[in-house]
Design a protein around this ligand. Structure first.
Ligand code: AMP
Ligand code: MG
Length: 333
């Protein structure tokens, strides 16, 4: 397997320098824990140190703004008051999440919060609900119960919102903005399953992002990329087990149960990290077949599906950037 030599900066490979290559400049690194995730940030250049400091501040700022469990957050206030006025930035994120909910016909559902709570994913007091309890919570789940006009959010029929499926994507986009503002031209961040690359390596070679195997510490394939987010949703990322059954954290809004659409993971590659994050969750819920149909009718992203049978499907825009020995099937338009 080609990936044996991969360095685990959670999915990032740095190219080795030979005498004929331009020497790599040094990358500074920082590890931050937020949003229940270990985040690794890496930047190169003379302002790299400042860029990493500012990025860390941004992580804490957005964590406080978007975590619905924190009483300080705007999302907490909106949920507690069935709506309300939010900052311009939060309004933008809610709009994006609502758009994705609509475009994916509710596979992504911004109002999934009551069901996440029932399963105990938020508090980590995990619990397998009865059908009656689920039915009750599901009455509150429907993205059509959430609306935003300018900066005013309205929630009806007991709805409450959860931005967990998109927050880290938005955050990595913000970190890229900060890197750029600081004059950093080459960097990469890994926020759990969310990788976002700025530029290329300093020697001009593209970043190589590996997609984790859900079943081992190895990789199913890699994707060469420049200036893009590579975001994976997988049932293996967060879960609990009861009586030998695994319950993961991506809920099918049609049933209220952890989605069971025949995929182990879905990876989305896009310039737009918030979109990529929302779509990774949505296409995981849809599964490979429906997800492929979605890709055929929507622009702005590429996708890798790993099915329960360990088959790999990639959209045709990835053919030239695919790395690895595992066979794959190409999805064409
Ligand atoms: P991700 O890891 O990006 O797929 O996002 C999973 C997170 O999104 C969960 O921890 C929940 O906070 C939230 N979530 C779970 N299921 C859904 C869904 N169907 N639509 C929107 N958000 C969801
Ligand atoms: Mg997501």
């Amino acid at each position: 397997m080609k990936f044996k030599s991969m360095i685990l900066v959670c999915l990032i490979i740095l190219c080795g320098c030979s005498a004929t290559q331009i020497k790599e400049e040094e990358y500074l690194e920082k590890t931050v824990f937020a949003m229940d995730t270990e985040m690794t940030l890496s930047a190169c250049g003379k302002n790299a140190h400042t860029a990493l400091e500012k990025a860390e501040e941004e992580i804490y700022r957005l964590n406080n703004a978007l975590a619905r469990g924190s009483e300080e957050s705007e999302i907490y206030a909106v949920n507690a008051n069935h709506g309300g006025r939010v900052s311009e930035e939060t309004a933008e994120i809610i709009k994006t999440a609502l758009d994705i909910s609509e475009f994916t016909d509710g596979a992504f559902d911004i109002t999934i919060a009551p069901v996440m709570d029932l399963w105990g994913f938020y508090t980590k007091n995990f619990y397998v609900p009865s059908d009656a309890e689920l039915l009750q919570a599901m009455k509150k789940v429907n993205y059509k119960n959430a609306a935003i006009r300018e900066r005013n959010v309205t929630l009806i029929n007991g709805a409450s919102i959860d931005l967990g499926g998109i927050a880290k994507g938005y955050l990595s986009g913000r970190i890229m903005d900060i890197f750029r503002e600081c004059g950093v031209k080459s960097g990469i961040v890994s926020l759990g399953g969310n990788v976002h690359a700025l530029g290329t390596h300093t020697n001009g070679t593209p970043w190589r992002v590996a997609i984790q195997s859900p079943d081992s510490s190895s990789y199913i394939c890699g994707i060469e990329t420049e200036d893009k987010a590579v975001i994976t949703s997988g049932g293996y990322q967060r879960y609990f087990e009861r009586d030998g059954i695994r319950y993961h954290h991506i809920i099918d809004p049609k049933t209220g149960y952890p989605s069971d659409s025949g995929v182990k993971s879905v990876t989305i590659i896009s310039d737009n990290a918030a979109l990529a994050d929302g779509l990774s969750t949505a296409l995981f819920v849809m599964g490979a077949e429906q997800g492929a149909e979605y890709w055929k009718t929507h622009d702005g992203f590429e996708a890798v599906f790993l099915t329960d049978d360990d088959e790999i499907y990639i959209t045709e825009g990835l053919v030239d950037s695919y790395i690895g020995d595992n066979e794959y099937t190409i999805i064409t338009r």
